[in-house]
Ligand binder design. Structure first.
Ligand SMILES: Nc1nc2c(ncn2[C@@H]2O[C@H](COP(=O)(O)OP(=O)(O)OP(=O)(O)O)[C@@H](O)[C@H]2O)c(=O)[nH]1
Ligand SMILES: [Mg+2]
Length: 395
């Protein structure tokens, strides 16, 4: 009897022991697998991570415990493109003044030293006028600046360099300022976005300006649709789309090269209306102002867009380094599309900042934006005071 009891006790101990041995490894695995799930799919829950894996490996429950989280993470990450956050546009010209000052210092410095020289005879005045003309101010504005300065010196006297600087500053400012507003009309209207058309000859910086303006607007908290109405080259649409993708602006473009630019522009405005965007920016192909066919095409782009929405701004993009030739272009473009503002690009690459004065006089349209470098945010709302101060350099 005692033997039987002993055997039963031993048997029970054996069964319990074996059971523990069998359970231990399983329990250990569970803990590890839970731990693994928690680490990798943090915040999404172990189940969903497994779900992604299930699509890739429908069966194989045994191996699933080790494998699930690895592919789950990249799948979650991919759809979120990392958008850049451009800085707001306010105060940019003041921030970029140093760059402008570097390119314009010759012009302002030479004027200041002549005016402060103490002997303001006819030869000196002629020299001053020459400097202004060389800086692209234009013949008649240069003469007017010199005449006004002469009168001021006679009346007020030019006692010290500081006073001379102040006189020149106020004279230049008078020439740069215009009664027309420099404000860019990019406010959304009731039921439609603001529409901006970018025009100009080849290579002036139209596409770059569209991209930079989109960035600046987005930096200011607006939504933007880009219209790739330069259909001459497929690369042009891609160039614009790349700008848009970086900041999350949708680009409307045609699938085929040589498509009708007016229809792409029309579609872009339609998209802007439909998606309730704040602004639609339309890039157009560079065209020589002397080619009538191309200028007619531009006129058509604008007319077709106007069937969908009024155009708030037609910005003529001029390369500041091309000087007087830019003025000839401006005249023809203004006739065809009623230019509302000038964008002067590449002002970092020329000492001829006087073009600002000349072009505003010629067109009676204000310079609204200035391109001051090659960086994505080197576009600034034009600020006359910052401009004149850059020409004259620091006191
Ligand atoms: N230094 C400098 N370069 C600029 C500026 N603006 C534009 N660029 C450069 O000018 C070149 C031409 O610019 P795009 O924007 O392609 O000119 P575009 O008018 O669209 O040219 P097309 O479409 O061929 O007519 C590019 O290399 C730009 O980086 C500027 O303000 N400063
Ligand atoms: Mg272009």
């Amino acid at each position: 009897m005692e033997y039987i009891i002993l055997i039963v006790v031993l048997a029970v101990l054996l069964v319990v022991g074996a059971g523990t041995m069998l359970l231990r490894p399983r329990g250990g695995k569970r803990v590890r697998s839970r731990g693994t799930d928690t680490d990798i799919t943090a915040g999404t829950g172990g189940e969903s991570g497994g779900g992604t894996l299930t699509e890739e490996r429908p069966s194989g429950a045994g191996t699933a415990t080790a494998a699930p989280p690895a592919p789950a993470e990249p799948v979650e990450e991919k759809p979120k493109p990392s958008l850049e956050k451009p800085p707001p546009s306010a105060g940019r010209m003041v921030r970029l003044r140093a760059r402008l000052a570097r390119s314009q210092s010759g012009f302002g410095g030479a004027l200041l030293s002549l005016l402060s020289s103490g002997k303001l005879d006819d030869d000196t005045w002629d020299e001053i006028e020459e400097i202004l003309i060389t800086a692209d101010v234009g013949v008649s504005p240069s003469r007017q600046i010199v005449d006004d300065l002469k009168t001021k010196v006679k009346v007020e006297g030019a006692k010290d360099a500081r006073q001379v600087r102040e006189m020149l500053r106020s004279e230049l400012l008078k020439q740069v300022e215009t009664p027309a507003s420099r404000e860019l009309k990019t406010q959304r209207h009731e039921g439609r976005p603001a529409v901006v058309l970018m025009v100009g000859v080849n290579g002036t910086g139209k596409t770059t300006t569209c991209g930079r303006l989109a960035r600046a607007l987005i930096g200011d908290g607006r939504t933007v649709v880009l219209g790739a109405a330069d259909t001459f080259r497929a690369a042009a649409s891609e160039q614009l789309e790349t700008w848009g993708n970086r900041v999350g602006a949708e680009t409307v473009r045609s699938g085929k090269e040589g498509a009708d630019p007016a229809s792409v522009a029309f579609d872009a405005v339609s998209k802007g209306i439909e998606s309730e965007a704040d602004v639609v920016l339309i890039d157009t192909a560079g065209r020589l102002h002397t080619k009538t066919g191309l200028m007619d095409e531009l006129g058509k782009v604008k007319r077709v867009v106007e069937k969908r929405s009024a155009v708030d701004e037609v910005l003529l993009v001029l390369d500041a380094t091309t000087g007087q030739n830019g003025l000839r272009q401006a005249r023809v473009f203004a006739e065809v599309v009623d230019v509302t503002g000038i964008v002067l690009t590449k002002m970092d690459g020329t000492a001829k900042g006087g073009i600002v004065i000349a072009v505003q006089r010629e067109l009676g349209v204000p310079v609204k934006l200035a391109g001051l470098g090659e960086g994505p945010d080197d576009l600034a709302p034009f600020d006359p005071e910052a401009f004149v101060d850059a020409i004259l350099g620091d006191e």
